[in-house]
Design a protein around this ligand. Structure first.
Ligand code: SF4
Length: 487
């Protein structure tokens, strides 16, 4: 059976399929190929041109991992369905959006969280004329309503195989990052044991499940040998290796001539200096900490509590060892007060980070914060198409905080400014700020190499952000004073 697995185009997906959130597509493509399906992968971030054989496909699975790709997914789906090709939607946005009334106008089925065995059973039913409604773990439309079949348990990843990277043009997916010229997103686990009130991970990916480390190292061996991979950004929601796994990574590096380094996102309070030393020896050179807020009140509300002193200790230990640290914060939460923001600014300024990544809060359907706001009639998604516009965390969509937009914008701009002017020495040689400027320039370059229609919007966004970094703090010294924004 010939099946197309498609990544739709989204406004922020400038490069290829290995964007962090596309791992499910690659794992599923590998699984289905092994199960005997004739699998073709079409990455619309790389080419919008219809690939050969598209309209001879017997089914298509579209992985909507990013909100900004909903419209593209719908457009491709509509074209395929016009030709009688059954369309299955999968991944985060499809799962979150499944209860919305218009989703099933664009697809025939949705895979609800489990994209391997449910996909196989559904495709088999389509191929043999069986009854897809008997397949567990899917949604389908009946009499104008969306029907959900019984949940399919999430699989143990040891039942799967290492990802088959020959299914895509890996060279087109490499990105520059820190000291790396050929960095790729891989993953060693999926899901998260926590339940932060703003986050869709628990809803879409469930509790954390690890992939066998030998699968990960086999993939790295292949990618270094065949493609010169020099960096791995693990896209795990929570990157945490055991001593044995770190030893396997260290050995992998050694047999590959220490050709690659790696990093990822984790929680600082789970790390000790001893663990960080072992991580460094295994090649870890950067860590992202999702710190979200400096306000204890907000941390309680978000269900993300930690001891700020432990965070400071971990950041300092990373600096001593040679691991770059990026702290991610969210501002503009519903009902966030000026005092909450002051606490966040003060906390961020107390950390010796390499980069301060400030983003605006955006609502994600089904999360506790969304459900709370929906119950108060403050927000409600009526259509899956609305997701296409809400993804941009650089843009404030609905300000439900108790702080003015100008104040939020000034705080965000100030931390962008601190990031690009940061003189902290990094493991990647040079000042931390220079690394981020290089990253920004890379992004602009990618816009220039993107689809012609996207270039003006991409450049406009980049220019707007660049101007804002200087304009807001200069134009609003009173806000800088109010929030004690200093260097
Ligand atoms: S924000 Fe991070 S720690 Fe919290 S649930 Fe999401 S992935 Fe887990």
């Amino acid at each position: 059976m010939r099946v197309f697995l498609i990544q739709p185009h989204g406004c922020f997906q400038l490069r290829g399929i290995t964007h962090p959130v596309c791992r499910d597509l690659m794992m599923s493509a590998t699984f289905l190929k092994e199960r005997g399906f004739n699998v073709c992968v079409w990455d619309r971030c790389l080419s919008r041109k219809d690939p050969p054989g598209l309209f001879e496909a017997e089914a298509a699975v579209i992985f909507i991992a990013q909100s900004s790709s909903v419209k593209d997914a719908a457009a491709v789906s509509d074209r395929l369905r016009e030709r009688g090709i059954p369309v299955i939607w999968a991944d985060m946005v499809a799962v979150i959006g499944a209860p919305l009334p218009d989703v099933m106008r664009h697809c025939d089925y949705i895979l609800m969280k489990e994209y391997f065995f449910a996909a196989e059973a559904l495709l088999h039913a389509i191929e043999t004329g069986g009854d897809p409604r008997a397949v567990n773990g899917i949604a389908y439309a009946e009499n104008g309503k969306t029907v959900f079949t019984s949940a399919q348990p999430l699989p143990d990843f040891s039942l799967l195989s290492p990802i088959d990277w020959s299914l895509i043009d890996v060279e087109k997916c490499f990105r520059r990052f820190q000291s790396c010229e050929k960095m790729l997103y891989l993953n060693a686990s999926v899901g998260c044991p926590y339940n932060c009130a703003f986050c869709s991970t628990p809803l879409c990916y469930g509790k954390r499940r690890k992939r066998p480390i030998e699968h990960v190292t086999q993939e790295i061996d292949f990618l270094v040998r065949e493609h010169g991979l020099d960096g791995v950004n693990f896209s795990d929601e929570l990157l945490l290796f055991t001593d044995e796994e770190l030893e396997a990574l260290r050995a992998c590096r050694e047999r590959n001539g220490n050709a690659f380094v790696w990093g990822g996102e984790t929680r600082p309070q789970l790390l000790t200096e001893e663990m960080l030393q072992k991580m460094f020896s295994a090649g870890c050179r950067w860590l992202l900490f999702g710190l979200e807020t400096g306000s204890e009140r907000m941390r309680k509300r978000l269900g993300k509590q930690y001891d700020p002193n432990r965070v400071r200790e971990t950041v300092d230990a990373c600096t001593r060892i040679g691991i770059a640290t990026f702290g991610s914060f969210i501002i503009g939460y519903p009902d966030e007060s000026e005092q909450d923001l002051r606490d966040t600014a003060e906390f961020a300024l107390s950390l010796d980070l390499d980069a301060y990544l400030f983003n605006y809060y955006v609502y994600i359907g089904g999360t506790p914060l969304y459900l709370e706001a929906e119950a108060q009639s403050r927000v409600r998604f009526e259509s899956i198409m609305e997701y296409d516009d809400v993804v941009n965390t650089d843009q404030l969509d609905t300000n439900l905080s108790g702080v003015s937009e100008t104040e939020l914008a000034t705080i965000k701009a100030w931390f962008d400014y601190l990031t690009i002017t940061n003189r902290k020495k990094t493991a990647a040689n040079g000042a931390a700020g220079v690394q981020f400027l290089k990253k920004a320039i890379n992004t602009v370059t990618e816009y220039l190499h993107g689809a012609p229609a996207q270039i003006p919007a991409g450049l406009f966004n980049a220019a707007k952000r660049a101007v804002g970094v200087f304009w807001y703090p200069l134009a609003h010294p009173e806000i800088r004073r109010k929030y004690d924004l200093h260097k």
